[in-house]
Design a protein around this ligand. Structure first.
Ligand SMILES: NC(=O)c1ccc[n+]([C@@H]2O[C@H](COP(=O)([O-])OP(=O)(O)OC[C@H]3O[C@@H](n4cnc5c(N)ncnc54)[C@H](O)[C@@H]3O)[C@@H](O)[C@H]2O)c1
Ligand SMILES: O=C(O)C[C@H](O)C(=O)O
Ligand SMILES: [Mg+2]
Length: 608
């Protein structure tokens, strides 16, 4: 199961990845000239166009005469960013974050090469701005922040037109599509068309972490209306002002969109993001064997959580096989919570060599807004049913239908308390104090809901009420906590950003027909195996975001390996099926690294 472990990360660092992915930039064909190039962020180099290129491309006189280097431009941008930080010191957090987002977004709109380079080099600082949590704020304020469109918008009014609309996208090739219908944006609910910020942020992470070429990504909003009354009444709302389509009408729109993407780019990987639960499960079921797609909230989250759960076992000094004995309370029976439980159950079955469908549900407790989910629940959701507690011999804790979170924690004494409820602060002092009596020597609390205000608790509260030996992970970033003994309480970020880039990249480079459970399992195990025992002992379950390219290379390679072993891989570009099937593990890693785009200015060659 730890098949990727021997690919020690020490032998494979960012510098090597860069060397392979960015050796000598090949020429780039451009069909524009003059100001059209300056206004195209894919090709624009601003003041860095060399004089010869200015002549060749009709740019002479359109720029100030001094030619700046890429490094000078980089420094100039970072200086303005740092002075913005300095000048906004003491201002409210939201104002500062939005100001930072604006300056980054302006660069994104102007010069993609420089934008992605600063993003890659400063991912730890910039991820919280272009991704969670600031991206949530950006979606909420989309109407006011909107300057120019990014990505494509398919609305309910476009029914019957999508097959031709898809050809309006200017890029010849698209490798990765992230699509949302805006119905469950982070823990912020239905934000309608304003949810487009999420696919944009996810694809920025794809470029930074997985080296997907930004010319080959497509963020998509499926605008089928909104049930958010405030937005429907907002005169400046930019989406369709109608209630959400439901039932077959809704599915007809998503079907048409999927067929259109597939017709133009049959090998593109499609990631579903932030769909409300009913459609998240239904569309996954409907498309997963037909297209190369996955649902990040169900499957990406599950993989990251599983890696964290494995880490929590190792942190107790126990062998991984003891995972089957861990008591895990999951709070939130939505797409994410159910996704985590399904994957955890599959892992247990694999470890025991049993069938997940018949494996009894002994170690998991599921809680939703109505309390503990049991078989006695009226209108039990079919997705939650496999995890509903049954009463009888198993019910040793004396819990009943709808038992409260604190009661469950007190009676079960779980090893892990994992929140995916979207409700900020529900791991109250009482709940956390109850976790102190956990049966684990290292009780783990994962407050995975996003954005920051929706986290189930803060790390400070966990170290205070559960104890300094606790392990903490959150979906949005928090600072480490200074403990009473002067040591640091470590904060892990358990966010699907550790997994989805590698899943998408591995699926793309393998040319997989579809994304199987085995490929997702391999991704999760690879992430889990990334951490050394020493780190795990310190409560560090996930690597630093700064090594996200390195992690993604390995996760991507493990996904390709799984696709090969399941005979789902069909090859990608010049690398045919046969070649892929003959690659060693090492060669697969090289192959992944070689295919990662890295931002450098390429010589531009004009062609009519
Ligand atoms: N960290 C990550 O990588 C990651 C990944 C996916 C989702 N999330 C976050 O998880 C949250 C949930 O996402 P989802 O897609 O499952 O949403 P969802 O709307 O499908 O599910 C939310 C669930 O929480 C339950 N709930 C609501 N109030 C509750 C309460 N007071 N007590 C207990 N349960 C309660 C609901 O009954 C529902 O089952 C969101 O905040 C999202 O941002 C984080
Ligand atoms: O977007 C994120 O930060 C993680 C996750 O996909 C979510 O929906 O919260
Ligand atoms: Mg999401």
């Amino acid at each position: 199961m730890w098949n990727m472990r021997h690919l020690a990360r020490a032998t494979w660092n960012l510098r090597q990845i860069r060397r392979l992915s960015a050796a000598i930039p090949g020429p780039c064909i451009v069909r524009k000239r003059g100001t059209d190039i300056l206004h195209d962020p894919w090709f624009n180099k601003d003041t860095a166009f060399p004089l010869t290129e200015r002549d060749r491309l009709g740019l002479r006189g359109l720029l100030p005469p001094r030619v700046m280097s890429f490094e000078q431009q980089y420094e100039r941008f970072m200086n303005s960013y740092r002075s913005l930080e300095h000048n906004t010191e003491g201002e409210p957090e939201t104002i500062v974050s939005l100001a930072k987002w604006r300056i980054l977004n302006r660069l994104h709109d102007r010069n993609e090469t420089l934008y992605y380079r600063v993003l890659i080099d400063n991912i730890k600082d910039f991820a919280p701005i272009i991704y969670t949590p600031t991206v949530g704020l950006v979606c909420q304020n989309y109407g006011g922040l909107f300057r120019r469109p990014r990505g494509m918008y398919f609305s309910a009014k476009d029914k019957g037109e999508m097959m031709s609309m898809i050809y309006n996208w200017p890029a010849q090739q698209v490798d990765l599509v992230v699509v949302t219908d805006g119905s469950r944006i982070l823990g912020l609910g239905d934000l309608g068309v304003q949810g487009i910020g999420i696919p944009i942020g996810k694809l920025d992470i794809y470029v930074a972490a997985a080296g997907i070429n930004p010319q080959r990504v497509l963020p998509v909003m499926l605008d089928v209306g909104t049930n958010n009354q405030k937005l429907l009444e907002d005169k400046l709302y930019l989406g369709l002002r109608q209630p959400r389509l439901e039932g077959d009408e809704y599915l007809a729109i998503v079907d048409e969109f999927m067929e259109a993407v597939h017709a133009r780019w049959p090998k593109a990987v499609i990631q579903f993001e932030d769909f409300q639960m009913k459609w998240a499960f239904e569309t996954l079921q409907r498309y997963r064997k037909k297209f190369c797609m996955f649902n990040d909230d169900i499957q990406g989250t599950a993989g990251v959580a599983l890696a964290g759960l494995f880490g929590a076992v190792r942190a107790q000094g126990r062998p991984l096989k003891d995972f089957v004995k861990q008591k895990i309370v999951v709070v939130g029976a939505g797409s994410a919570g159910i996704g985590v439980l399904s994957m955890a159950k599959q892992s247990v079955a694999r470890m025991l060599g049993t069938d997940p469908a018949t494996e009894p549900n002994c170690q998991f407790w599921l809680i939703d807004k109505d309390g503990l989910v049991t078989q006695e629940r009226k209108n039990l959701d079919p997705a939650a049913a496999p995890f509903a507690r049954t009463f009888g011999s198993e019910n040793v804790e004396g819990l009943t239908e709808g038992a409260s979170l604190v009661e469950v924690v007190k009676k079960v004494k779980p090893h892990v308390l994992l929140g995916l409820s979207g409700v900020g602060g529900i791991f109250t002092e009482d709940v956390l104090r109850a976790m102190k009596d956990s049966d684990s020597p290292r009780p783990a609390v994962f407050a995975m809901s996003n954005p920051t205000t929706n986290a189930e608790c803060t790390p400070g509260d966990v170290f205070k009420y559960v104890g300094e030996h606790a392990i903490f992970a959150s979906g949005s970033p928090f600072n480490d906590v200074l403990l009473e003994d002067g040591k640091m309480g470590y904060v892990n970020q358990a966010n699907n950003m550790y997994l989805f880039p590698g899943v998408g990249l591995g699926a793309l480079l393998s040319g997989a027909r579809y994304i199987s459970d085995g490929m997702l399992q391999a991704a999760a195990e690879c992430l889990a195996s990334y951490m050394t025992d020493e780190e795990i002992k310190k409560g560090i379950l996930f690597p630093s975001i700064s090594s996200i390219r390195n992690i993604t290379t390995r996760v991507g390679a493990s996904v390709i390996q799984a696709a090969i072993s399941e005979e789902l891989a069909e090859g990608h570009g010049d690398v045919g099926m046969k070649e892929l099937y003959h690659m060693s593990e090492r060669e697969i890693i090289d192959y992944v690294a070689r295919n990662m785009w890295f931002p450098v200015y390429s010589p531009l060659v004009h062609e009519k």
